[in-house]
Design a protein. Structure first.
Length: 556
């Protein structure tokens, strides 16, 4: 047996995640285990409730992905009720979701993932004038680009270092040989890290304009939306003004910074580090027509990285297994028949995974018996394979600019780049949805809701694409109340443990073959895991109905 390394908890994510790996004598990862270590409750308390209440309750799966679960739950009910919302409701939902996509992706790169690529301390030795020249080589008018600003950033960082209170920059692996950016490249990106702290709030404000508030918006109902009085010139103008400012940051900071990182880490990308299972799945998102069938984000499957052979999605092939999860049984079930019966067995006496036993609260979703990655990379690979015009243009132009082959997509770098390109894909469509909404209102079409009633007995699903990937909510209704409710969220797909046949989940497989430059500073593990944008709170959501105890935890 090789040496075991445990990273617990993985920080800069939502929730609690533990990664355990086994490395050989050359510090190359040979095996990996992904463990979600805390569990919480939502799905069980939905039983017996009115289905129309589910949307507001399931928002509490997470404090970040609130709107994602809200919309998926409403869509599941609409499917079960047999109701289609009017065009204005479709557009308003697209605008709310667009705001979430844009600011969520920006926040992820800078505040959750950026410090895996950027050496903050290195930026202190940068030449501000050279940093200006560098930034202008990637964009004609870079965001907040001046020698004065870059010197001010260095002064702020120096104060952090001298005070000994590094805040978000503490306990990092500064100086690790896995960092590849030059001092000037580090300075440009860390400058935008600080800018993004202010800019990202614009997205939350955009969501609140039509959603009522952020987080936990309140304007969706089964059959449409309730924000009727907000569909006026003033409110729409506010949304558009804030969007333009956010879009400018994306164009002049976010995308150029990702290109800077791509240039420095292109060898790792070309080597396929972090590729993972190479199976990709997406449900489709952002409906473009009034029957809600055509979508901006693609729907489909790619198996084994074969972009020459895109496949249609068959919902009946989706199951969840629990052989290596802390639940009773070993069977794999479709979500309509899903069970959530906890059975915690823990780790061995050394705190490691027990051989081939259960080791996580995360279930193991599969499609046609295989693990699948979901998220921006999955959407771009499926879309590219299907000939999606906008996705192909974004991918091909980026590859041309960086001089990299298409295979670079299958890597940690490719996963990070796909998220940035998707931000532009969504932003480029957003103003069109605003104009479409205005045109409807001018024509006299002010409908925002379709009347509907709760069926006596029915079932439905809300399958959608959200920032972190494919999200599905499944609801069973009996006697007009919820009889069963199951959700498979993006991080359940990606953080899945080994399945019943021993196939690793996407996080686990993405780490295999990665060489650690310093096993006491597992930067490479953090970088690949963060590229998925983990959300553990979304992935595990159950309660102990017998004790209903509030448990206390201490993280050493």
């Amino acid at each position: 047996m090789g040496k075991r390394i445990v990273v617990d908890p993985i920080t800069r994510i939502e929730g609690h995640l533990r990664i355990e790996v086994e490395v050989d004598d050359n510090n190359v990862i040979q095996d990996a285990w992904s463990s979600i270590t805390l569990w919480r409750g939502i799905e069980t308390i939905l039983k017996g409730r009115d289905p129309r209440d589910a949307g507001l309750i399931v928002q509490r799966f997470c404090g970040v992905c609130t709107y994602s679960h809200y919309e998926a739950s409403i869509m599941a009910c609409e499917d079960a009720f047999g109701v289609t919302p009017p065009p204005n409701a479709r557009l308003v939902r697209n605008l709310i979701k667009a705001s979430q996509f844009i600011y969520d992706h920006i926040m992820h790169f800078y505040h959750l993932h950026g410090l895996d690529w950027v050496d903050i301390v290195s930026a202190l030795s940068a030449d501000p004038k050279k940093a200006v020249d560098l930034a202008k080589s990637y964009n004609d008018n870079p965001y907040n680009c001046s020698e004065t600003n870059y010197r001010a950033v260095q002064k702020r960082l120096t104060k952090f270092v001298k005070s000994g209170r590094l805040g978000p920059f503490a306990n990092a692996y500064w100086g690790n040989s896995s960092f590849k950016l030059s001092p000037e490249e580090n300075l440009v990106i860390v400058s935008h890290y600080l800018d993004a702290l202010k800019v990202s709030k614009l997205g939350a404000q955009m969501m609140a304009i039509f959603g009522g508030k952020n987080p936990h918006p309140q304007s969706l109902v089964v059959g449409g939306v309730t924000c009727v009085d907000d569909l006026n010139a003033n409110r729409i103008g506010q949304y558009l003004f804030k969007f333009k400012e956010l879009q400018n940051f994306m164009e002049t900071a976010y995308i150029p910074d990702v290109l800077i990182a791509a240039g420095a880490y292109k060898d790792e990308g070309a080597a396929g580090i972090g590729a993972g299972v190479k199976n990709y799945l997406c449900y489709g998102g952002f409906p473009l027509d009034d029957d809600w069938q055509k979508t901006l984000l693609p729907k489909g499957v790619v198996v084994g990285g074969d972009i020459s052979n895109p496949l249609e999605l068959d919902e009946n092939k989706i199951t969840e297994g629990v052989k290596h999860s802390w639940y009773k049984g070993e069977e794999s079930l479709h979500p309509y028949k899903g069970k959530t019966e906890p059975e915690y067995t823990g780790y061995d006496s050394k705190g490691n995974v027990k051989g081939d036993e259960k080791y996580t609260w995360c279930k193991a979703p599969s499609y046609d018996g295989l693990p699948y990655e979901v998220g921006p990379l999955a959407r771009f690979i499926v879309g590219y394979s299907q000939g999606h015009n906008e996705i192909k243009h974004l991918v091909d132009s980026t590859l041309k600019a960086t001089g990299l082959p298409i295979t670079v997509l299958f890597s940690t770098l490719g996963r990070t780049a796909a998220r940035a390109l998707e931000t532009k894909l969504v932003a480029d469509r957003t103003e069109g949805w605003v104009n479409e909404l205005i045109a409807n209102l001018k024509s006299g079409d002010t409908r925002t809701w379709t009347r509907c009633d709760v069926p006596q007995k029915s079932q439905g699903r809300g399958m959608n694409e959200v920032p972190r990937g494919a999200l599905g909510h499944w609801i069973n209704i009996d006697n007009k109340v919820i009889e069963n409710y199951q959700a498979i969220v993006p991080s359940t797909w990606n953080a899945a443990p080994k399945d019943k046949s021993g196939k690793r989940g996407p996080y686990e497989e993405a780490l295999i073959g990665t060489k650690l430059s310093n096993i006491d500073q597992p930067l490479e593990i953090i970088r690949t895991i963060h590229s998925f944008d983990p959300c553990m709170a979304c992935a595990v959501h159950i309660i102990d109905p017998k004790t209903n105890k509030v448990k206390k935890f201490k993280v050493a």
